[in-house]
Design a protein around this ligand. Structure first.
Ligand SMILES: [Mg+2]
Length: 221
């Protein structure tokens, strides 16, 4: 019997790619609404360029964006964009089947954990806003662990939860960070085929398209 299940957050529990897109759109519209003289398309193209250069987690995006667009007094637009971004954040939801599936797994006696890359506060913020944080025994985030998800990360997580790899399942969307390192240690891996990384090549022990299919996979083990 597999007793522990580890979950990735982004594009596994939470539709990260869709959220980011929506939050950016809302921020751009808020800047236009506040009086910024540019089209949505134009601002979006500039923002995309900036994200490619600086990464998607960069927090001064709007400031730099406006300066690049030659806006002399950008404060009001930055404020509008940031407020819209945060308002979008306040309404985040997990994928619709996630809460019920997690509760059912708990009822069946599984110990649930989060194992994710990212900044620990930001990842906790998502779990709390989604209202699912209390379902997990513990949450392991690379930012707090001091290393990205790899074989060594998973070895330390197993030591923390006092479980053998043969007792554990890892659920995630990415081959490189979720599946390959966990599989290497002998953890049973389940890949969820959603989000931008679903095109990555590679094979997990099991593949699911909907989160609730996990119930059937877990039952077979
Ligand atoms: Mg992910």
């Amino acid at each position: 019997m597999r007793a522990c299940i580890f979950f990735d957050i982004d594009n596994t529990l939470f539709p990260t790619a869709e959220f980011a897109e929506l939050a950016r759109r809302n921020a751009i519209r808020a800047m236009i609404e506040t009086g910024l003289d540019a089209s949505e398309k134009e601002i979006y193209a500039e923002l995309k360029k900036l994200i490619r250069e600086k990464g998607s987690n960069y927090s001064n995006h709007f400031d730099i964006l406006l300066r690049r667009m030659g806006v002399a007094r950008p404060a009001r637009y930055v404020a509008a964009a940031v407020a819209a971004y945060h308002n979008t954040k306040s309404s985040i939801q997990p994928y619709p089947e996630v809460p019920q599936t997690l509760m059912e797994l708990k009822k069946r006696g599984y110990r649930l954990y989060v194992a994710t890359n990212g900044d620990a506060v930001k990842q906790w913020d998502k779990l709390i806003r989604m209202g699912i944080h209390l379902l997990f025994e513990d949450v392991f985030v690379s930012g707090e662990m001091g290393e990205e998800k790899g074989a060594s990360f998973f070895r330390r997580v197993l030591a923390h939860v006092k479980a053998n790899p043969s007792e554990c399942i890892m659920v995630g969307d990415r081959m490189d960070s979720d599946i390959i390192p966990a599989k290497k240690l002998g953890i049973y891996t389940v890949r969820i085929m959603q989000g931008p990384y679903s095109k990555q090549k590679g094979k997990a022990d099991a593949k699911i398209r909907k989160f609730s299919e996990l119930l059937g996979v877990a039952r077979r083990l």
